[in-house]
Design a protein around this ligand. Sequence first.
Ligand code: GAR
Length: 186
Amino acid sequence: MTVPKVAILISGRGSNMQALVEQADGRYEICVVASNKPDAPGLRWAREQAIPTFALSPKGIGKPAYEASLDAALREAGADYIALAGYMRLLSDDFVAAWRDRIVNIHPSLLPRYKGLDTHARAIAAGDRVAGCSVHVVTEELDAGDVLAQAEVPIEPDDTPDTLAARVLAAEHRLYPAALKEFVTR
Ligand code: GAR
């Protein structure tokens, strides 16, 4: 049986990328790590693992040209699926349509609560007792595709957005590889 190939898109640190690589267990193969930030720290780690990388900034070339190059690089790498891992740019409707039902994302909230940014500060401000993370299918609408898996963590009374983010991140690192394994074999 051929192992499904997954392209990971990052914009920064790439700790979820690292978890996806380290917990693949042969159930999927990371064929390329791509970034819109050529200086993303996660790219360095991927190169150290001898994973092919692709880095291109959209600055100066515009979104259509940027996405056309990205799309070509992912297809060249043989990607069957795309996993967004802290990729902080919106993908265009055309890009999402070209990869329909083959892009997943991890989001640091219990969707449908707190789509978008500053999820931890918003959960604390709302007085929530529970936070978490969601793996979902990417559609044209931000953070609104089908939820594939979620994990909950408690919000402690003295939590700051940073302490809560660290707790949620640890849950992300367990959830995302497990959810991706199911997604690529469903
Ligand atoms: C993660 O917490 C991820 O859920 C979040 O960015 C962080 C990336 O960390 N993603 C989003 O907010 C997407 N809207 P990482 O680079 O260490 O994986």
